[in-house]
Design a protein around this ligand. Structure first.
Ligand SMILES: Cc1cc2nc3c(=O)[nH]c(=O)nc-3n(C[C@H](O)[C@H](O)[C@H](O)COP(=O)(O)OP(=O)(O)OC[C@H]3O[C@@H](n4cnc5c(N)ncnc54)[C@H](O)[C@@H]3O)c2cc1C
Ligand code: FES
Ligand code: FES
Length: 487
């Protein structure tokens, strides 16, 4: 029997049973999504989907993973200069891509504001959009940048301006059988600058309010300007009245103030756990004034060159899977997991989580259960060297990948990893419960950035809770062995 919606039953496990499909082509995925309709959900990073399932807001009978479809995670420059971003591109890959950083700064900045490193490594831009949350951080940036959603369905493919994609909280324009395949961004116009700002209760939280902006300036005139807001209406949305007041006008403080005042009027916020409607109206006014001023000044300095700096870098290219797979619900399936350099044959149900399989099947209890919904980081492991939440990863989804848990850091003779030793030396090892997850997040950081600075260490830890607030000693310990000055 299913329990009442919104009752937090047990986030330790994924209680619902489902058939799990791994198609290897978009066409196959579309067929499956069409066939199962409302019974099915598509799986990208799972950071929204599995949380929604664990808190029993949704209960799909079928999950269709996009992970085995190659090419869905690429950022490419088209011949006409447009940029195509595959739906499976992770927030982290988008954040750090040189073209996005240089020519679509608002989007890179928006991706930087996500509330956990593990959410950035797992969450995808397609999932962020298709989840339909008013607070989705990538969306205000994509809206001002003129994004078009490329959709594939049983009737073929279609392009839909992102502005028309959102119908209400959790509601999108995707029809039965349709999948978001990619996002197209038009080639940035010369001299266009873009920016993004988010206000949240703490860094590790969804937005109370967010704003994206693009601006083109000529002398003292605002030639073009787009503004879009998140978390202040049932859907992320462009603020057309604000734009109308700004475009073609001479920049002045009076104009900036008027735009801010209008922004507060144009939104339709609600009061919820994160903020009151009143606060959202006040803060959007201030945010808009600040952002406009910032964009105006950087547009003055900007010589945003023709996109000759374009480079088409494959991001985290997926290995091509040769055959599609199907795991039936209620049955155990024989899989092999590669953990800490060893191969383990295990029998799992489709809904078994990596965290539980590590702890209960393999007795690797260093990986901890804290919240089960991506809020604490205690369950962090490395999957192919990347820190991820094992509480939001299916065990069957880890097949063919290299999983590293805290136990895998020990040397052959039992010696500790330098970070583990530094935790002891600098009193960073406190309650012990959250420590393994923290160390795994840090291992992920230094794999790509062997000598991080303090800000980068703190940013990497934003998804890991230390309730005794030992972050100072933790940061000190890491910097002692890896920091800029440790070389
Ligand atoms: C702890 C935590 C912190 C978070 N912080 C933030 C934050 O700061 N900012 C923010 O914006 N979000 C945040 N999120 C929400 C979430 O991580 C993002 O929305 C993320 O981008 C979702 O992507 P995903 O790949 O994990 O989506 P999934 O969970 O895999 O999918 C989300 C939904 O979209 C559907 N879907 C996914 N891809 C497609 C596709 N290509 N076509 C059709 N349907 C599709 C799925 O069926 C599902 O309904 C947070 C989540 C957690 C758990
Ligand atoms: S147990 Fe996975 S993030 Fe808390
Ligand atoms: S080390 Fe666990 S709460 Fe701080």
């Amino acid at each position: 029997m299913k329990s009442q919606p919104n009752q937090m039953t047990n986030s330790h496990i994924l209680v619902q049973d489902f058939d799990f499909f791994e198609p290897v082509t978009i066409e196959e995925a579309v067929q499956l999504v069409d066939k199962f309709g409302d019974r099915a959900r598509v799986l990208a990073g799972g950071t929204d989907l599995f949380v929604m399932m664990k808190v029993e807001r949704i209960s799909p009978d079928v999950i269709i993973s996009l992970h085995k479809i190659s090419g869905l995670d690429l950022i490419q420059i088209n011949k006409n200069g447009d940029v195509s971003i595959g739906a499976l591109t992770t927030i982290l890959a988008l954040r750090d891509h040189p073209v996005i950083k240089r020519h679509y700064e608002a989007l890179s900045k928006a991706c930087h504001t996500f509330s956990a490193l593990q959410v950035e490594t797992m969450g995808t831009v397609g999932g962020n959009i298709c989840n339909g949350s008013p607070a989705a951080d990538s969306v205000p940036a994509l809206l001002v940048l003129g994004a078009v959603a490329e959709i594939q369905g049983p009737q073929g493919s279609r392009g839909l301006p992102l502005e028309e994609f959102f119908l209400g909280p959790g509601l999108t324009a995707l029809k039965r059988g349709e999948i978001l395949v990619s996002i197209t961004l038009p080639k940035p116009s010369e001299k266009m600058v873009s920016d993004y700002v988010k206000v949240a209760r703490i860094a590790a939280d969804l937005a109370k309010a967010s704003l994206g902006i693009t601006l083109v300036r000529s002398g003292n005139t605002i030639v073009d300007c787009r503004v879009a807001a998140g978390s202040v209406a049932p859907t992320p949305r462009r603020l057309y009245q604000v734009e109308e007041v700004l475009v073609g006008q001479t920049y002045s403080q009076v104009l900036v103030n008027e735009a801010g005042r209008l922004a507060g009027e144009e939104i339709s916020p609600i009061s919820d756990a994160r903020s009151t409607s009143w606060y959202r109206r006040q803060v959007i006014d201030v945010m808009l004034r600040d952002l406009l001023e910032r964009a105006w000044h950087s547009a003055g300095d900007a010589v945003v060159s023709e996109p000759d700096g374009y480079v088409s870098l494959p991001v985290q290219d997926l290995p091509s899977a040769v055959e599609s797979k199907n795991y039936e619900q209620g049955k155990k399936h024989a899989i092999t997991l590669n953990v800490n350099g060893n191969s383990y044959p295990v029998q799992v149900y489709p809904n078994e989580l990596l965290m539980n399989v590590l702890r209960e099947h393999l007795s690797l209890t260093g990986t901890k259960y804290g919240c089960g919904i991506g809020e604490c980081g205690a369950c962090t492991v490395l999957i192919d060297g990347v820190p991820k939440f094992s509480c939001l990863t299916l065990a069957i989804d880890a097949v063919g990948k290299e999983v590293t848990s805290i136990e895998g850091l020990q040397g052959l003779n039992g010696e500790l990893d330098p970070i583990q030793q530094a935790f002891i030396d600098h009193a960073a090892f406190q309650c012990g419960y959250c420590t393994p997850g923290i160390i795994m997040a840090l291992k992920g950081l230094i794999k790509d950035n062997p000598h991080p600075n303090e800000e980068e260490v703190r940013d990497a830890l934003k998804g890991n809770r230390c309730r005794c607030t030992g972050y100072v000693s933790i940061t000190r310990a890491v910097l002692a062995v890896t920091g800029e000055n440790s070389q």
